[in-house]
Design a protein around this ligand. Sequence first.
Ligand SMILES: O=C(O)CCC(=O)c1ccccc1C(=O)O
Ligand SMILES: [Mg+2]
Length: 368
Amino acid sequence: MDIKAVKLSIVKMPLKLPFTTHLGSVTEREAIIVEVEDRNGFIGYGEGVAFSSPWYTEETVNTSYHVLKDFLIPLLNKKGINHPDEAYLLFSTVRRNHMAKAALETALWDLQAKIESLPLSKLIGGTIEAIPAGVVVGNPDLPEALKQIEGYLEQGFQRVKVKISPEDDFQYISEIRKQFPDLPLMADANSAYSLEDVARLKALDEFGLLMIEQPLGYDDIIDHAKLQSQIETAICLDESIVTFDDARKAVELGSCKVINIKIGRVGGMGEAKRIHDYCVSKGISVWAGGMIEFGISRAHNIALASLPGFTIPGDISGSDRYWEEDIIDPEITVHNGMIRIPERPGIGYELNKKRMKEVTVFEERFEF
Ligand SMILES: O=C(O)CCC(=O)c1ccccc1C(=O)O
Ligand SMILES: [Mg+2]
């Protein structure tokens, strides 16, 4: 790959509605947009999905920026690569910092797809043409959450995920179930429980949830295996799976029956694909997670979700789920509960220059 320059832009936008978990509320989103330009004028886009504060993972917008600027971009400049497949190994001299790595690596994948004039979904081996859209309700106020769910179902969403914690679980889920008895419903705990809560979690079995996501420690796979053997509901791991080996060990231990794959959390599209391939070979279901992201990351998620193992609707909604106006053109839209995989080269979405100007708070360009 003959790279000419990398540009980083920090963008900032308020959410339409606050998004709340037991760990706090997100009301405004900052992210890093990466543009990698080659000497033929092709530009690949990536998005750094770390949050402004380290509540979900240890990375933040500022640590990602530092790692990109001072380590990853200089590594890429100095050593170069022939294909984005080589980026994970190139970046392996930097420990973890997966969201920073994924921001740059995904831009390289988009660039490669544009060089080959292929949709990114096809370049990575995608076979699915349209993916079912799922949505997350992050609202602890039950009447409001019920109203939100009703609205999303009218829009055709095929699966709803709600956030739970020991303060808001049995009653909350029970009311939702009462109003929507057939709804494909799941709950995400973001590590709000411990093994002392086995009875509380077992009590949720009666609601027929599709799965319960990350009930225990964010870095645990041992206790999750103990929990899975005591509850009916399938456990899905999110936070605990940050590498291919984490996925392998969790599957070997029986810590989960499902894995939520997030490109940023696992350090890139290449690693996300490896985890997908492994899970398919082991009969473990996967789906694409979300990070309250802008359109660039959302577009990468859509390409990933075109792989054949993504059989469950993920946390992939349209641009208008969180944003008055997204930074991409066209915006991502949901029709009859489905999102079509674009047939245009690369991720299939352009940066909306006008919107980028409005929401960019800082930018810097690195010439190679
Ligand atoms: O709609 C979305 O992007 C997502 C959802 C979501 O649940 C989430 C959002 C931010 C950080 C972590 C999580 C999660 O899956 O745990
Ligand atoms: Mg989660």
